[in-house]
Design a protein around this ligand. Structure first.
Ligand code: DAH
Length: 359
C-alpha cells in the first residue's frame, strides 16, 4: 500500500498515467464524431485550454529537472499523434459529406416552388403611359420615341424658342458636354417631349398623328417638381386640321382616361403654337365641388396645347400654307396622381413597395 501511494504521488508516473489514459481513448473518441463540430469539440477536450493533454503539460513543471526532457518528448509525441488523427478524421468527415451530397437523390431545380413567387407589376407611371397609348392608338395615333439627350436645335430652336428664352438658362436646363466629334454641338437633356414633334416632322411627311411618352429633365426640385419627370406629347398634322379637331381629340382623351367630366380650354402661350391653350378638367378629387387639390376652383390643369406655329412647320420642311396641325403635351405624374388619388409626387420615385403594391 505504501509503495503504491508513493508511486501515485510520483509526478513522473502521474504524468505518464494521464498520457496513457489520453492515448487509450482519443482515437475512439474522434472516430465517434460524425460531423466537424463534434470533432472539434472532442479535440478541444484534449488540446483546448482546459484539455486533458494541456493539463498534463502543466504538470511538467513539477517534474525533477532530469526527468523533464524525456517527459517533454513523450508529451510532444502524443500531441503530434492526436493532431494527426484529428486532421485525418476531419478530412474523412469532409469527404463523407461530399460523397453523401454526390450520391443523394438529385435536387430538381425545375420543380415548381411550394409558395408561388409574388409577381410584380408595372409602376404607376408606366401604367398611365400604357393607358395613354391605348387611348391614342384607339384614336388612330402612332407611338414614337425620342432621345433623352438632345440637341438644342431640336429641343428649342426649331420649336421657335428665341435664343434668349429663359428656359435655356443653366438653372432651368441640364446642359451636357458635347461629344469630341462635335465640340461645338449644343447638347442638353431634353426639357420636354416636344422634341419628338421636330424629329417626326423632319423624317415623315403629313398626314401625321403621333403620340410619345418619356422622361424629361429640368433643374427643378421642390414639393411638386423633381429633376426627372415624364411627359407625353402628341400632335396631328394634315390639310384642314383645325381647333375643332384639337378640342374633339383632347376631350375624348380626357373622357377615356378619367371618365366623363367637364373639360375647358383657356388661352395660353407656348412658343411653338398659335393660338395656345391650357386644358383643364373637372377635379377628380372633389368632382368639381372645390377642394385643396384644385384650390377651390373645381378644375385642374392637365394639358398645354395649341395649333402648331407655322414657324415650326417651316423649320421642319412642311409647307405651312398647305398644312395645319395641333399639338399637346403634359406631364405624366400629374395625371397619374389624379387618376389614382396619389397625394405626393415624391411617392412616385421612392419605390417603396408598400406604395407600389397598391396599384
Ligand atoms: N412642352 C410643353 C411643356 O413642357 C407642353 C406643351 C404645351 C406641349 C403645348 C405642346 C403644346 O405640344 O402644344 O410645358
Amino acid at each position: 500500500m505504501r509503495y503504491v501511494r508513493r508511486a501515485m504521488s510520483d509526478p513522473t508516473s502521474t504524468l505518464d498515467a494521464s498520457l496513457a489514459e489520453i492515448d487509450a481513448r482519443f482515437a475512439a473518441e474522434f472516430a465517434a464524431c460524425s460531423d466537424e463540430q463534434a470533432l472539434r469539440a472532442a479535440h478541444a477536450k484534449i488540446l483546448g485550454r482546459s484539455g486533458a493533454l494541456t493539463a498534463a503539460l502543466k504538470e511538467m513543471g513539477k517534474l525533477p529537472a532530469d526527468a523533464r526532457k524525456a517527459a517533454g518528448q513523450r508529451v510532444n509525441a502524443l500531441k503530434q499523434k492526436v493532431e494527426a488523427a484529428f486532421e485525418e478524421r476531419l478530412q474523412a468527415i469532409a469527404r463523407a459529406a461530399r460523397d453523401a451530397e454526390l450520391n443523394a437523390t438529385p435536387f430538381d431545380l425545375t420543380l415548381p416552388g411550394r409558395v408561388p413567387a409574388p409577381r410584380g407589376h408595372l409602376h404607376p407611371i408606366s401604367l398611365v403611359r400604357e393607358d395613354i397609348f391605348e387611348v391614342f392608338k384607339g384614336l388612330g395615333f402612332a407611338v414614337a420615341h425620342g432621345p433623352q439627350v438632345e440637341l438644342e436645335d431640336y429641343n428649342f430652336t426649331k420649336l421657335g424658342f428665341p435664343p434668349d428664352h429663359p428656359a435655356m438658362d443653366m438653372h432651368d436646363t441640364f446642359w451636357v458636354s458635347p461629344p469630341p466629334q462635335a465640340p461645338d454641338a449644343r447638347v442638353l437633356l431634353r426639357t420636354h417631349t416636344s422634341n419628338v414633334q421636330v424629329r417626326e416632322m423632319l423624317t415623315n411627311k403629313p398626314p401625321l398623328a403621333v403620340v410619345s411618352v418619356g422622361p424629361c429633365y429640368r433643374c427643378d426640385e421642390d414639393m411638386t417638381h423633381t429633376p426627372m419627370f415624364h411627359q407625353m406629347e402628341g400632335f396631328m398634322v394634315d390639310e384642314h386640321v383645325s381647333m375643332a379637331h384639337l378640342k374633339g381629340v383632347l376631350t375624348a382623351f380626357v373622357e377615356r382616361l378619367f371618365g366623363k367630366r367637364q373639360v375647358r380650354f383657356r388661352p395660353s402661350y407656348f412658343p411653338f403654337v398659335e393660338p395656345g391653350v391650357e386644358v383643364d378638367m373637372g377635379c377628380t378629387f372633389c368632382d368639381g365641388a372645390g377642394c385643396r387639390v384644385c384650390k377651390g376652383t373645381g378644375f385642374v390643369e392637365i394639358l398645354g396645347a395649341g395649333m402648331i406655329h407655322p414657324v415650326v412647320f417651316e423649320h421642319c420642311g412642311i409647307d405651312p400654307e398647305r398644312y395645319t396641325g395641333f399639338a399637346f403635351g403634359t406631364g405624366i405624374e400629374r395625371p397619374a396622381m389624379l387618376k389614382y388619388g396619389i397625394p405626393d409626387l415624391r411617392l412616385m420615385f421612392e419605390n417603396d413597395v408598400r406604395f407600389l403594391a397598391q396599384f
